[in-house]
Ligand binder design. Structure first.
Ligand code: MG
Length: 726
């Protein structure tokens, strides 16, 4: 069995998904199909003698859609473009609806009367409800066929009932030459506009999620140098043209285009984007190198092993994409309220109609009026304000605490979080090595000479040693003839004497007397620390122990979450010994530590906890955290993190420290409390009006008052959020 990923164009809704799936399943040799509306991807499982890609593309095209083979980066870029297009469409609808609604609102709220004012309101409202508002009517009709209801249903019923009520009143009044009392046109126009605006905000957030995939894809170069195995000639080719077995030549600074194995050269590769580890990894013949990493120091030749969608980077893209798509199905709070409220209101309206038909002896016109009045008064105009205003004020409150909320839905979900997973490197720790201990064996001149040589190396460990000496206010002597031995250490001359720095073995081999530091080195290596040994050739050694230190406030941040009853876990790609030490440092139980995880395994750790019913927030900084950030109920990126992490997460901590995680959860909880209160106010006054309307004695003043009061209450309640103590 094999698998083909297609990019499908022109899908807008769930029924489009069904049509594309049916079209692909109709092709002989297709075993299974999964079409994803959010990413516009179609994953097709083929039998061993499955059809060629062209036949699949042709089947999709016959169904009325476009299709092509998906590339690792192409799908991501396309998803961004389609999300941006969705946001643009929503904005266009708002820009049509808002200017049409405003005069209706002003005329009715100010009680303006002029000749033809009723007809003007009728025409403007018709344009809103049947123009931009048509999207709600369509969606409500689709849901009705499945006997379901959402906020869209409520908007559709409310706006349509209010509009028709007004329209019938206007026409009847014209015929009979009566004075028109109150028309509920503003209810219809304003709710359509407000809900459309909320939808625009949501589409924009979705576009940002897709952008994270695009920035992952940008980790790949567009071209690479390939060596002809027969002639030895090198030429530039497009990355897509590289096939397994090709020899790829990498110069220092080049991004690795495909997964491969080193066949020539020896140097360091910066893999921090995949592993989160800040120290470049030594790579020589036979070692594997991943696409998206950066060749740091020397010319390397790779034999390509996996290309395109098979690479580690492409797998990360796929995990992020699937996680984002699966989360899109989460139902919003307002929808959940609406799904109960809508049937109740429709039931009350139906009972009202039946009761009045009985009372009036079958006078349909007389019975319809109270029934429609029930629908009109039940439509909570303020519902359109309930969530967006709380999110707006809540995100403003968060911003003042250095928390950037990019995706309102994650803020809603963050409020319910009971488990927080922390990445280690760069999230709880600084993400770069620093000297934590110095052996006292050799004198200061030796220490300064070693620091002077290390200052000239470009290796992160060497630079950390030099920085440590500088921070102590010491001046290093001048040094000449510096030479690096990749993967081993560095040598140079200070005052005519040869100075060595590097691994213990290298220093000993270069003639430094390491006998005085052997025990010290063993002790610190056992603690999971990296040790640098150096000294004058023939002289006694000095040793530095380096570790990635905890960030300020990391321990307090974990303690605060635990005090609030939140379980804290640690997930890391690093080795167990280092992870356990950091866990002990911040107060995470050893049972809650998982070490040595690949990026997709971090996402699996999140998925496992969610499957056990936990609501999970993931806090991370690297590309290797992106799958887990996307899979979590709420993804939180620390501000110093990579672009990909910042874009994948719904929430970013701009001040970098892990302490802001507790603040973010506190703001989220306050915001959700406000949304709940807002939804209560949005419905409360109107609900009081329902029995009055059913009795057929709804005074227009009462109706207008109820609607105005609910809007004012909602806005006031949201503004209160700005002052709440966090
Ligand atoms: Mg990290």
């Amino acid at each position: 069995m094999s698998r083909v990923d297609l990019h499908v164009e022109g899908m807008h809704c769930a029924s489009c998904v069904g049509r594309v799936e049916a079209a692909l399943l109709g092709v002989q040799g297709v075993e299974d199909v999964a079409v994803n509306l959010t990413t516009h991807g179609a994953r097709v499982e083929l039998a061993a003698d499955g059809p060629p890609v062209e036949r699949l593309v042709a089947a999709v095209e016959r169904a009325g859609y476009g299709a092509r083979l998906a590339a690792a980066g192409g799908a991501a870029v396309a998803a961004t473009a389609s999300a941006e297009e969705e946001a643009r469409q929503a904005l266009r609808l708002v820009l049509v609806a808002a200017p049409l609604s405003l005069p209706v609102l002003v005329v009715s709220m100010a009680g303006l009367r002029f000749p033809g004012s009723d007809v003007v309101q009728l025409v403007l409202t018709a344009a809103v409800v049947l123009g931009p508002g048509l999207t709600f009517l369509r969606q409500a009709a689709r849901l009705l066929r499945r006997a379901a209801a959402s906020m869209d249903t409520l908007v559709a019923i409310g706006s349509l009932a209010a509009f028709l009520h007004g329209a019938v009143t206007v026409v009847a009044a014209r015929f009979r030459g009566l004075e028109v009392e109150h028309l509920y046109f503003e209810t219809a126009a304003v709710i359509v506009t407000l809900i459309l605006f909320g939808r625009f905000l949501e589409a924009r957030a979705k576009g940002r999620a897709a952008a994270s995939l695009a920035s992952l894809a940008r980790l790949l170069p567009s071209e690479a140098r390939v060596r002809d195995a027969a002639t030895g000639a090198e030429r530039s080719v497009a990355v897509e043209a590289i096939v397994p077995g090709d020899l790829v030549v990498l110069h220092p600074g080049d991004r690795v285009p495909v997964d491969g194995v080193v066949v020539e050269g020896e140097g360091h590769v910066d893999e921090s984007m995949l592993t989160g580890e800040p120290v470049p990894a030594a790579r020589r013949g036979g070692d594997a190198v991943s696409a998206g990493t950066v060749n740091a120091t020397a010319v390397l030749v790779l034999r390509a092993t996996r290309v395109g969608l098979g690479t580690t980077l492409a797998r990360i893209v796929a995990v992020v994409r699937d996680a984002q798509a699966s989360k899109a199905a989460v139902q919003r709070l307002a929808d959940r309220v609406a799904s109960v409220f809508v049937p109740v209101v429709i039931g009350v309206a139906a009972v009202t109609l039946a009761a009045w038909l009985l009372v009036t002896g079958g006078d349909l016109a007389a019975a319809l009026q109270p029934a429609v009045a029930v629908l009109v008064i039940a439509c909570p105009c303020a519902m359109g304000l309930a969530t967006p205003t709380a999110i707006l004020v809540g995100t403003g409150r968060a911003a003042r605490l250095g928390i950037l909320v990019k995706d309102a839905a994650s803020l809603e979900r963050l409020a319910a979080v009971d488990t927080v997973l922390f990445d280690k490197t760069g999230t709880l720790t600084l993400g770069r090595p620093a000297v934590v201990a110095v052996s006292g064996a050799a004198g200061e001149p030796t220490l300064l000479a070693v620091a002077a040589v290390e200052a000239r190396s470009s290796h992160p460990l060497g630079l950390a040693v030099a920085a440590h000496v500088r921070e102590r206010g010491l001046t290093t002597p001048s040094v000449s003839g510096v030479r690096a031995a990749p993967g081993l250490g560095v040598t140079g001359d200070v005052g005519g004497r040869r100075v060595v720095a590097g691994s213990r073995g290298f220093a000993a081999a270069q003639g430094v007397d390491t006998s005085g530091v052997e025990a010290w080195v063993k002790t610190h290596a056992a603690l999971g620390e990296t040790v640098v040994v150096g000294g004058f050739a023939g002289g006694p050694a000095v040793a530095f122990a380096l570790a990635d230190p905890l960030k300020d406030g990391a321990r307090e941040a974990v303690a605060r979450l635990q005090r609030d009853g939140i379980a804290v876990h640690l997930v890391t790609g690093d080795a167990w010994a280092t992870a356990a030490k950091v866990a002990a440092g911040v107060g995470v139980r050893e049972d809650d530590v998982r070490a040595g995880l690949l990026p997709e395994q971090k996402a699996e750790a999140v998925a496992e906890l969610r499957a056990r019913g936990r609501v999970v927030a993931m806090v991370g900084d690297g590309i290797n955290d992106a799958p887990a950030l996307a899979a979590a109920d709420a993804g939180i990126a620390v501000g110093s993190g990579t672009e990909v992490a910042l874009e994948t997460a719904g929430i970013a901590l701009l001040r970098g420290g892990p302490g802001a995680v507790g603040d973010a959860i506190a703001v989220a909880r306050a915001t959700l409390r406000t949304i709940r209160r807002n939804l209560f106010w949005a419905f409360a006054y109107n609900v009081v009006g329902i029995p009055v309307a059913a009795l057929g004695v709804l005074h227009p003043m009462l109706a207008a008052g109820a609607m105005a009061l609910s809007s004012v209450s909602v806005v006031t309640s949201s503004l209160h959020l700005a002052r709440v103590r966090i």
